[in-house]
Write a protein that binds this ligand. Structure first.
Ligand SMILES: Nc1ncnc2c1ncn2[C@@H]1O[C@H](COP(=O)(O)OP(=O)(O)O)[C@@H](O)[C@H]1O
Ligand SMILES: [Mg+2]
Length: 394
């Protein structure tokens, strides 16, 4: 099947769209990116998304308008990637859209009770004519799971190594990891959870420090000029989220822009310059990831596969290499996957699985009572033809 996957993550930097070729069925499923693009959010869209992530900032009227506006932008991103691949929408079978998370409600006991992703699927199906699967997280939440990280099931299907335990580490706004047993171990189960902040605090702190001139610390250029305040880092690592046992997920509800501004003030009060504040926050991402592996990895990790925008930050990657040694740290590219668009590929794969009435999670990964078929299907103009073809194939 040809499936377009769409996602905008917690960084709110833009929409990743990947046109994918998906064949077979688990455990022998293959998924490859044919073409991928990232459509950056315009500044005002990014600001609207960030405001929608802060309680009290956006009312129901603004959430409603943003849901429709993002639906239009997700549809446009799907059409962009189809055009860039020199195909027509009629040649595409499905779209899988994660949407834009604006709220993920984690209770004090760590259970998730509600989750909200925007980008109206009806608009995507209407504009593209392509049957669209969206709203993946709520079904896993309804089954008692965290509803995230949903990339983990795809990691389990696609990325196990022959004979070493792998950690697949995504560094988006939030960091998330999947610990994968090797293929030659048929009894161990995978484990997945959010490790804590990825780029979210760094991005917000950079925007605050540069008074909005920069949205992120490009290539770690600022952080490279500072030094880590180890004593402050030790204090920051006492945040209770890091010690909580998985499965666990988090988001901007906890690691918020407000928290980042508070941390910049705290760093200044400790006498740190702007660069050293960012160096220490970069070290917080690296250290919280390494600590999570020490605490929760079910077995010694042989390989770490890094992805997400944070993998493009050389200061962060160097800190991770040092802290995760002796594990080998690789980029997704080194195992043949485009790290910028891997999550978009995942939602193409999950849409494909939903279309075939197969689950998109594993209880070991999200803590759900059982595996569920995820999402909601919005019929596009191709719906009847797609049903007929799938029916004949099976
Ligand atoms: N060259 C770079 N140097 C430093 N950080 C980068 C670079 N490229 C991307 N990033 C970081 O990655 C983030 C986007 O990562 P992404 O994986 O898209 O996250 P999300 O899934 O949360 O949207 C940016 O906000 C920025 O913090
Ligand atoms: Mg992104």
């Amino acid at each position: 099947m040809r499936v377009v996957g769409l996602i905008s993550g917690t960084s709110a930097d833009g929409i990743d769209a990947a046109l994918c070729d998906i064949r077979g069925a688990p455990p022998a499923i293959e998924a490859a990116i044919v073409h991928a693009v990232t459509v950056p959010y315009a500044d005002d869209t990014r600001q609207r998304v960030l405001d929608a992530c802060q309680p009290g900032r956006a009312g129901s009227d603004e959430l409603c308008r943003l849901h429709a506006a993002l639906g239009e932008q997700f549809a446009a991103a799907a059409l962009d990637v189809i055009r860039a691949a020199r195909l027509s929408p009629e040649a595409i079978d499905l779209i899988g859209s994660h949407g834009q998370t604006v709220w993920h409600e984690v209770e004090a006991n760590g259970r998730v009770s509600a989750t909200l992703q925007l980008a109206e699927a009806s608009i995507i199906a209407e504009r593209t004519g392509i049957t669209t699967v969206a709203n993946f997280r709520p079904r896993d939440v309804a089954a008692g799971g965290q509803g995230a990280p949903l990339t983990a099931y795809a990691d389990w299907l696609l990325l196990r190594a022959p004979d070493v335990w792998r950690a697949v580490q995504n560094i988006g706004g939030i960091g998330n990891v999947t610990f994968l047993p090797p293929l030659n171990d048929t009894t161990s189960l995978p484990l997945a959870f959010d490790t804590g902040p990825g780029n979210a605090l760094l991005d917000s702190a950079t925007a605050f420090i540069t008074q909005g001139a920069a949205h992120y610390d490009r290539d770690g250029a600022l952080a490279a000029q500072g030094t880590v305040d180890e004593a402050w880092l030790a204090v920051l690592l006492r945040h209770p989220y890091y010690a909580r046992r998985p499965p666990k997920t988090t988001g901007r509800e906890l690691f918020s822009a407000e928290m980042a501004v508070g941390l910049v003030d705290e760093g200044r009060a400790r006498g740190l310059d702007a660069a050293s504040i960012l160096t220490t926050l970069t070290a917080l991402t690296a250290a919280s990831i390494a600590d999570a592996y020490r605490r929760f990895a079910p077995a010694p990790i042989g390989e770490v596969i890094l992805g997400g925008g944070g993998a493009r930050n050389p200061v962060l990657v160097a800190m991770l290499r040092e802290r995760l040694s002796p594990a080998q740290v690789l980029l997704h590219e080194q195992i043949g996957l485009d790290s910028d668009h891997k999550e978009a590929l995942v939602f193409a794969l999950l849409a494909h699985e939903t279309w075939h009435n197969r689950p998109g999670t594993h209880p070991a990964l999200t803590g759900a009572a059982h595996a569920t078929v995820l999402g909601q299907i919005t019929p596009g103009a191709n719906y009847a033809a797609l049903l007929r073809r799938t029916w004949c194939e099976s």
